[in-house]
Ligand binder design. Sequence first.
Ligand code: SF4
Ligand code: SF4
Length: 341
Amino acid sequence: MEKRVIKKDALAGIIKKMAENMVVYAPVRDEDNVLFTVLEEEMEPLLEFDNTKNAPKNFFFPQTEVMMRYMKTERGRELSTVEGEATPAVLFGVRPCDARSFVLLDNVFNDPKYKDPYYIDRREKTTIVSLACVQPPYTTCFCTSVDGHPFSAEGADVLLVDLGDTYLAEFVTPKGEELLKKMGDLPAADEALEAKKEKLSDAAGKAVNGVVPGRAIKSWMDENFEHPFWDTIHQSCLACGTCTYLCPTCHCFDITDEIKKEDGRRIRSWDSCMSWLFTMETSGHNPRPSQKQRWRQRAMHKFKYFVDNYDAIACVGCGRCVMYCPVNIDIRKIVTDISNL
Ligand code: SF4
Ligand code: SF4
């Protein structure tokens, strides 16, 4: 693995230069929020920020996308699929929790049995540059409780570590090493910098505020689908879906057709298990008619079903759902309460 040093005051210039020749997604300030967006010429990438409000999953799995187009012709219906259209891109400034979310999403969208060409195309053409959390940014962070770490390089092609006036840049994958060629001549990192990184990494892991028994609750969930506990957590839920739309690992979608005269298109859009319509069947039957059942599904999917299917928890501990739930439903408390039953 290549390890190089980038002077702190040079990084923004390197990113902007890359943006001249390829698509670069980076965090930028947008009024009170920090959001990932396509870096335009006049924009400055943010290097000092906590985390973005929007999870970066939408660069691989957009809120809405056209999957195919069709039209009625004299010969019948003609189809044109929309695949392989992604342009090479760099996704800069992803926090380690969010970078891990891509590894989890790969399980779903790049399963040996079910390959999603839209997701895979974008994922393969995008290089991910992650920024380690030297100071875990929020009191709501709990990455270390769900198999992550503030210095994890899982899901990243390049990991940047802020060492004060320089960044240590680790080029962890072949894609990352390709990006190194576009970053100019960067000096090699010495052992002293690596030792400094290890020390910071150790401190950052210990500084993560949230400690919840992420793995331990699965055995309880295996046995307690009908437990009275499930009557308690949903009661204040507004079913707004905020928790699912901001979550970097939530990946449910709906598919609809839009037809106008002779032309049609098939569209995939994000959906949410928090919505009663999500499981509504054409017959009018709804297998999850109440918010209790929907909240049980959300918790079970993250901490049981995904573990059954992929041996991984479908939560990276980013804390977005905790921060932005309008009625303060806290997934950390749910996990902790279950562990105490
Ligand atoms: S954000 Fe809160 S209120 Fe909205 S659906 Fe999620 S748990 Fe319910
Ligand atoms: S469930 Fe909440 S804390 Fe976990 S990854 Fe999703 S938004 Fe982040």
